[in-house]
Design a protein around this ligand. Structure first.
Ligand SMILES: NC(=O)C1=CN([C@@H]2O[C@H](COP(=O)(O)OP(=O)(O)OC[C@H]3O[C@@H](n4cnc5c(N)ncnc54)[C@H](OP(=O)(O)O)[C@@H]3O)[C@@H](O)[C@H]2O)C=CC1
Ligand SMILES: CC(C)(CO)C(=O)C(=O)O
Length: 304
């Protein structure tokens, strides 16, 4: 299987690197600046699951440089979705299925509309990873999960193939029979975690210590549960309880990638995540006052 990584950031390099380590053919499709950085500094994963340096990574800046691809791991931030569409179209035309791992949900429909439903697989990840100033990945903690699953029956084969090749890779690759539910569970979790940590500008430890602050996270989980149900995803009370338990289990210093971006003064995915939730809620007449409130608190730091 030939996999193209579109978005050689934290997730793209981590999962792409782990596939390369296990012998899979991987190409990184990047923009010029990132290509120059990779040429100078190389690609490396520093990880609690073992470090790995990618020797001579295959890096391209134009899809025309490859003949064919089976799969694209699409790992850009929500605000780069539109800018990557032309490259995705070119790769789909070469036969590739697209596996987006962005947080959120709005991108799935946009990709399906732009590329055709048969090309878009469901995917998401649980991992704490970021790029350091060398452009190398820093991954922390136990979690390194990549979930994927068919959104259309025709995608069973590529998802099974992906499960097979991921078995020997150093991450947990999980083929889900109900990826839409998994997508909503992750969207619920990240809307709450990124909302409360980024708005408070605090990691999860101090958020948990203040019941009034933690209450906001719990209310966002509930609002997301209601929203998911409106969109046909059966997110149960047990799912919400399990999300709360997972937040309690996090290291006190742990925080969301959005909060890390706020601390670094980088552009935030708030419009894609909390903004997307508000848009989806408006479309089905659901009230989401807590999500609206954190959206308002985070907006001034968005740097669009
Ligand atoms: N980091 C984490 O721990 C987690 C992140 N996520 C989600 O995964 C997604 C990706 O996050 P993350 O990996 O952290 O993001 P990063 O910002 O680390 O990486 C995104 C990469 O996409 C590249 N990119 C953007 N547009 C293009 C394009 N048109 N062509 C080629 N490359 C492009 C950027 O490159 P350039 O340098 O050129 O700008 C950048 O390197 C987000 O939706 C995030 O919420 C989910 C779970 C955990
Ligand atoms: C849930 C978490 C924190 C880890 O996967 C994440 O998705 C993020 O920080 O963006």
């Amino acid at each position: 299987m030939h996999i193209v990584i579109l978005g050689a950031g934290a997730l793209g390099v981590y999962f792409g690197g782990r596939w390369i380590e296990s012998g899979v053919d991987v190409t990184f499709l990047v923009r010029e600046k990132r290509a120059a950085q990779i040429k100078e500094k190389g690609l490396k994963i520093n990880s609690s699951h073992g470090d790995y340096e990618i020797q001579n990574p295959h890096v391209i800046t134009d899809p025309s440089e490859i003949e064919s691809a089976d799969l694209v791991l699409f790992s850009v931030k929500g605000f780069h979705l539109a800018g990557a569409m032309e490259q995705l179209r070119a790769l789909a035309a070469k036969g590739a299925s697209i596996l987006p791992v962005l947080n959120g949900i709005e991108h799935i429909k946009i990709l399906q509309e732009q590329l055709g439903k048969e090309f878009v697989i469901g995917g998401l990840s649980y991992i704490f990873a970021e790029l350091n100033d060398q452009g190398h990945v820093e991954q922390a903690g136990d979690m390194h999960e990549l979930y994927f699953g068919p959104l259309e029956p025709s995608q069973e084969k590529i998802c099974s193939g992906l499960a097979d090749i991921s078995q020997s890779a150093e991450f947990n690759g999980k083929k889900s029979p109900d990826i839409t539910r998994e997508l909503w569970k992750k969207y619920m979790f990240i809307t709450a975690l990124s909302g409360v940590t980024t708005a408070a500008n605090l990691p999860i430890g101090p958020v948990r210590e203040h019941p009034e602050t933690f209450h906001i996270a719990e209310m966002i989980l509930r609002e997301m549960q209601t929203l998911a149900k409106e969109y046909g995803a059966d997110i149960t009370d047990a799912d919400v309880d399990s999300a709360i338990k997972n937040v309690h289990a996090l290291d006190p210093e742990a925080t969301s990638s959005m909060h890390k971006d706020r601390r670094k003064g980088l552009r935030l995915e708030v419009d894609h995540l909390q903004g997307g939730a508000v848009r989806l809620a408006e479309d089905v007449n659901v009230d989401v006052p807590y999500i609206r409130a954190v959206l308002g608190m985070i907006k001034p730091f968005e740097r669009p």
